[in-house]
Ligand binder design. Structure first.
Ligand SMILES: Nc1ncnc2c1ncn2[C@@H]1O[C@H](COP(=O)(O)OP(=O)(O)OP(=O)(O)O)[C@@H](O)[C@H]1O
Ligand SMILES: [Mg+2]
Length: 476
């Protein structure tokens, strides 16, 4: 019994020492060393320079790949170097450091060698002879694709806009760095829908072979539709930042004819988002430059040449007024609806803009939403930003805005009924928008803090700039 107790205590102590110290690691290392000694290996050298002393691109790609491996982070010794971006720190292999990678359950050893006399560097790959046939080709291809991905992530995203067609200009696109801060996370929309779009985009990126096998242009088209201020343009920025794709924002009013539109498409590069905002407003006009068939051909992307990988995005406010041929499957692959705010999206906005997860005024807000009141996320977000120093005031202002919205809708409905009976003109007929007819517009601007009423003037002369006083009060 006594010896039993001693044995249990001793094995407990042994386990504790094993787990608390590096003993286990040392045992593992020795075991690996013994195991490796029992196999025959094949070696491949990848020198940094070729015979003409030109840089070997494969060496650069493998270096980038190896430095990105998590095992480099876990290795006993490695170098820390500042990266291209200001706050970036990269891990870089030390001379003669050995990295062990795993691919298709085979172990691949990489040795970072440096010649003592010439100072020339090379990477030496060591794999078991029995694994060579099975993994060598796919492994090198895998390194290429990981390298491309890393390069894509590092790339600076640019925003291109088409300029007027002037003969002396070289090319039609002008670009600036794309710095929009929107991300997929900051766009308020249904979570399931957001995830679906995200996985659709990611699967598109990996589908080159699939599209080519079908003989189709490797592109995908999205239609974002919904009222103004619901986040369509912001979502496009989120996609660009997610994929690190350049954005080509096509201004159709600067396109002279169909061949000009073809030219623009030909001058776009791969891995890009090609965006036409407010497509409905172009299709609605009688203008013939570019023509409907020119736009349809552009949408089909038949002019895109080699190396496509383009995402086309169109935004419109109302789908009902669009010719169905424009929206047919193949021409538009995914339709995404951007609705006005409901109570759920309001809560997300309250959380992100005011840091509120719950509030005693929430039930009142919910009740008004249930009566059918609807404002855009832009409108609600703006009220919250203007009143961010006092969340309660922000919510009260949102409630007032929603109430005005409900009354305004009821008034519009009433006017429409009267108009149908022939006695009164509707808000649309008088030029006022449905939600903000003139009287309500004034009250609504007040809620935003956009309106400065000057006592010496009459109601008609409002200054639509935000007052400095208001701004300084809200800036905290
Ligand atoms: N769903 C949303 N999520 C986050 N922010 C939003 C959302 N909708 C609107 N916003 C905010 O409102 C502002 C306007 O949004 P945006 O320009 O994306 O709307 P839009 O749908 O493109 O409008 P329009 O049809 O008039 O072009 C932006 O500053 C954005 O931050
Ligand atoms: Mg927009």
């Amino acid at each position: 019994m006594f010896w039993y107790l001693i044995a249990i205590i001793a094995s407990g102590l042994f386990l504790k020492i094993l787990l608390k110290t590096s003993l286990l690691q040392i045992v593992k290392k020795w075991w690996r060393f013994l195991e490796d000694g029992c196999y025959v290996y094949q070696f491949y050298r990848v020198p940094q320079f070729n015979h003409n002393m030109q840089e070997n691109q494969l060496y650069r790609k493998i270096c980038t790949y190896l430095n990105s491996l998590p095992c480099v982070e876990d290795s006993d010794f490695t170098n820390l170097i500042s990266g291209d971006k200001s706050n970036e720190i990269s891990l870089v292999l030390d001379s003669n450091q050995i990295v062990v990678d795993k691919f298709l359950s085979a172990r691949v050893f990489w040795i970072n060698e440096k010649d003592e006399f010439t100072g020339l560097k090379s990477l030496v790959m060591k794999i078991r002879k029995k694994d060579k046939r099975r993994i060598l080709q796919p492994y090198l291809q895998y390194i290429h694709s990981v390298f491309d991905e890393i390069e894509q992530r590092k790339k600076e995203v640019r925003l291109f806009v088409n300029v007027d067609n002037e003969p002396q200009r070289n090319g039609r696109w002008r670009s600036v760095p794309f710095t929009h801060p929107a991300t997929f996370d900051t766009v308020v929309m249904d979570t399931d829908l957001k995830n679906k779009v995200k996985s659709d985009l990611e699967s598109f990126q990996k589908s080159k072979q699939y599209y080519h096998r079908l003989g189709k242009v490797w592109k995908r088209s999205y239609l974002l539709y919904g009222p103004s201020g619901t986040g369509k343009s912001t979502f496009i920025a989120g996609i660009a930042n997610l994929l690190n794709y350049d954005v080509y924002d096509v201004d159709l009013s600067k396109v002279t004819d169909d061949s000009d539109l073809k030219m623009l498409l030909l001058q776009t590069t791969t891995k890009s988002l090609i965006v036409i905002e407010d497509l409905d407003s172009y299709l609605g006009t009688k203008s013939t430059s570019p023509s409907l068939s020119g736009i349809l051909n552009f949408m089909d992307g038949i002019f895109s040449c080699c190396g496509e990988e383009r995402i086309m995005i169109y935004t419109i406010n109302n789908k009902d007024q669009i010719d169905p041929t424009v929206l047919r499957p193949g021409r538009i692959d995914v339709h995404i609806h951007f609705p006005l705010c409901n109570f759920n999206s309001f809560k997300i906005l309250a959380n992100s803009h005011l840091g509120l997860k719950d509030h005693k005024l929430f039930p009142q807000v919910e009740e008004i939403f249930q009566t059918g009141a609807a404002l855009s996320p832009a409108e609600i977000g703006e009220i919250m930003i203007s009143n961010r120093s006092s969340p309660t005031r922000a919510l009260k202002t949102v409630i007032s805005a929603l109430q005005i919205n409900t009354e305004s809708r009821a008034a519009t409905r009433h006017a429409r009924r009267l108009s149908e009976s022939g006695s009164v003109r509707t808000a649309e007929e008088t030029g006022d928008s449905g939600i903000f007819c003139k009287e309500n517009l004034r009250e609504f601007k007040k809620l935003y803090g956009l309106l400065r009423v000057r006592s010496c003037r009459k109601d008609s002369s409002y200054d639509f700039e935000a007052s400095d006083k208001d701004n300084s009060r809200h800036d905290n």
